[in-house]
Every structure is written in structure tokens, then in C-alpha cells.
Design a protein around this ligand. Structure first.
Ligand code: SF4
Length: 105
């Protein structure tokens, strides 16, 4: 068996690797998941309220996300954390807490 690669083989394999690199890079350009859990700038009392109201970044209750709550203040830029009139600190639109109140329809 001849293990030598022909020039054609090298060019074809290089093209395949190039395409793989392009598609791989595209997959890496997905926006990072939103994380709104940094409470390092909050006063201890605000952290306590956040904890007492059981704020979570991802709601476990169907149809009850911060984005649908009257207290939610959306972020000025998409893909960033919003705020809340009740819970201090960064708020994920997909989050939830015990003070959820649905927006009027
Ligand atoms: Fe989210 Fe709770 Fe604030 Fe409503 S009150 S926006 S559910 S953190």
C-alpha cells in the first residue's frame, strides 16, 4: 500500500480542514449564556432580600419569568441583565422569585 499523499489529496484535505475551522469558529461565536448572579456590589441587606425571595436566574415555574413580571425593568441592551423594582442586583429575564406578579394582559 502506498502511504504517500498526492498533491491532490493534500489540497482536498486542507480544504476540508479549512471548512471545518470556519464552521467550528461559527459555533464558538454563539452568545454566552446570560449570568446575572453577581451580587458582590450589593449591601448585605439587599443580598438577604434576594435570598429570602429565592431569586433564581432560570425560572422553574412555567410562565413565571421576570420578563413577564410587573417588577422587571429590562436592560437597555439586549443580552444583558435587567433590574427589578423589588430585588436588587442583576436580574435575568428568564429568572424568577417569590414576588412574581404577572404583567397585566
Ligand atoms: Fe423577577 Fe421577582 Fe423581580 Fe419579578 S419581583 S422581576 S419575578 S426578581
Amino acid at each position: 500500500m502506498d502511504d504517500k499523499l498526492s498533491r491532490r489529496d493534500v489540497i482536498q484535505k486542507s480544504a476540508a480542514l479549512g471548512a471545518l475551522a470556519v464552521f467550528g469558529a461559527g459555533a464558538c461565536n454563539k452568545p454566552a449564556a446570560l449570568v446575572c448572579t453577581d451580587t458582590s456590589s450589593l449591601a448585605p441587606a439587599d443580598v438577604q432580600v434576594r435570598t429570602a425571595l429565592a431569586y433564581v436566574d432560570i425560572s422553574t415555574e412555567a410562565g413565571k419569568t421576570c420578563n413577564g413580571c410587573q417588577q422587571f425593568v429590562p436592560a437597555p441592551q439586549p443580552g444583558t441583565c435587567g433590574t427589578c423594582k423589588v430585588v436588587k442586583g442583576p436580574i435575568d429575564p428568564s429568572g424568577n422569585c417569590k414576588s412574581f406578579v404577572a404583567k397585566p394582559t
